[in-house]
Design a binder for this molecule. Structure first.
Ligand code: SF4
Length: 435
């Protein structure tokens, strides 16, 4: 049963009413566990929940999940979207499009030798979505741009935007307008620049489609929250964004908790002045007493200025926190903004139904052991399907495969078989990383 599609009844992008999104990290074939996690997310305040559909086998599982969620949600009177997250297999997108509210596709997976062939390949998906009133999210990701786009534009901000614009052209060719755009990168500034550029191009064309915002591989804890607050909050403060997801390598419910906190901080910032910026120096005096809301507000204010300026120095003042707590946040934002690196840049995907090892525990261990290399970037990724592409510029990576096994990457090269996590950590040590 499909529910009423209200997405286009959203207030304009200057409204604080954003749709909050998260994604399940249960095995999609485990219908009971996935439904339970969706319900938990709904209770926490999620408006959209994305579910990974790795292959045809999971299509039927998702159908049952949608049916079950629809029955349960109607009892608590809430509009909820289940979004199918599809990579690589256009036929999976087509099969789910008849019963989910939204299908997320990755343009990189429709890669073709030319635009016309790609448009033709996408035709039946558009026809099905039109017939069933299903939204398409065009999820462009820097880690999986197609070779045709990269050979023309390089792996650049322009390439990300051009990939999105190709899909805008295709959707209009087929008379389809229920389309949402997202452009993501693990580089916060690239994410922001690409969204701003796409938005400005849409303004020039006099047609603004909805945006979904997010920063990929933000990892966890303070760094993950602040990275997302900078990228997402900065764009929201410029009036860009209708839905967003704070990706965290944690229990997905934490993503919704922090999303709500971020919305609260954005509302504060819209009502008061907490910042001044001059000659590259940004001063932030956001006297919030709750620590996560403080992180969220500081992050959003940094994002607001970073979008159109070069920042040389950031000063944070808050009488409610100790010198050490302020310094910790300051070091964190200076690292994210590439002003001063004091530790290893550790990125991690939030995990999803494709993950088959305890990524949260491994991320914790990698952080504990290898955080003292400011010149290095280490990635912890959930699956071999998307992981290697999305961590392409990392110096080292641990990438999950099946059944608690992972592979170790050095740059783009895989340097191990599928091994246990402990063996992978040993391989990193043999590569010169010391605890
Ligand atoms: S990289 Fe992580 S979030 Fe992305 S598909 Fe793989 S497991 Fe899921």
């Amino acid at each position: 049963m499909k529910r009423i599609n209200m997405f286009y009844g959203l207030p304009d992008s200057f409204s604080p009413h954003y749709l909050l999104q998260s994604m399940t990290n249960t095995n999609t074939n485990d219908v009971e566990a996935t439904v339970a996690q969706i319900m938990e997310l709904i209770d926490a305040g999620a408006d959209l929940v994305r579910v990974a559909v790795p292959g045809l086998k999971e299509v039927e599982a998702l159908r049952k999940i949608c049916r079950d969620v629809a029955c349960r949600v109607s009892t608590i009177q809430k509009q909820i979207f289940v979004v199918a997250d599809v990579h690589f297999l256009p036929e999976v997108a087509e099969k789910t499009a008849s019963f989910v509210e939204k299908v997320r596709i990755n343009p990189g997976n429709f890669a073709s030798k030319d635009f016309e062939t790609m448009a033709l390949r996408a035709k039946s998906l558009f026809e099905i979505c039109k017939r069933h009133d299903t939204i398409i999210r065009v999820g462009v990701n820097q880690g999986s741009l197609c070779d045709r786009i990269i050979s023309r534009y390089g792996n650049t901000t322009e390439a990300l935007v051009e990939s999105a614009l190709e899909w805008l052209k295709i959707s209009e060719m087929y008379g389809f307008h229920k389309i949402v755009f997202s452009i993501k990168s693990s580089h916060v500034k690239t994410t922001m620049d690409a969204n701003l550029l796409l938005y400005n191009k849409m303004v020039e064309m006099n047609k603004i489609y909805p945006f979904h915002l997010g920063v990929t591989e933000a990892a966890n804890e303070m760094e993950g929250r602040v990275k997302s607050a900078i990228g997402i909050g900065g764009l929201l403060l410029h009036g860009i964004g209708n839905t967003f997801r704070v990706s965290l390598t944690e229990n997905p419910v934490n993503e919704i908790y922090f999303s709500k906190i971020l919305v609260g901080a954005i509302q504060d910032i819209k009502q008061n002045v907490y910042d001044n910026f001059s000659n590259g120096i940004l001063n932030i005096h956001y006297p919030e007493t709750s620590v996560e809301k403080w992180w969220a507000g500081v992050g959003a204010l940094i994002g607001k200025w970073w979008l159109n300026n070069s920042i040389k120095e950031i000063n944070i003042i808050n009488p409610h926190f100790s010198f050490e707590e302020i310094k910790r946040l300051q070091d964190c934002v200076l690292q994210i903004c590439n002003i001063k690196k004091t530790r290893t840049e550790i990125i991690a995907c939030p995990s999803c139904g494709r993950t088959q090892y305890d990524i949260q525990a491994v991320l914790k261990e990698v952080k504990q052991r290898f955080s003292h290399y400011p010149h290095l970037k280490i990635a912890v990724m959930g699956c071999v399907v998307n992981g290697p592409g999305e961590m392409a510029d990392a110096d080292f990576g641990i990438v999950g495969s099946a059944n608690d096994k992972v592979a170790v990457y050095k740059g783009k090269e895989r340097i191990s078989d599928f091994v246990s996590v402990q063996e992978a950590l040993e391989i990193l040590r043999n590569e010169g990383l010391r605890d």
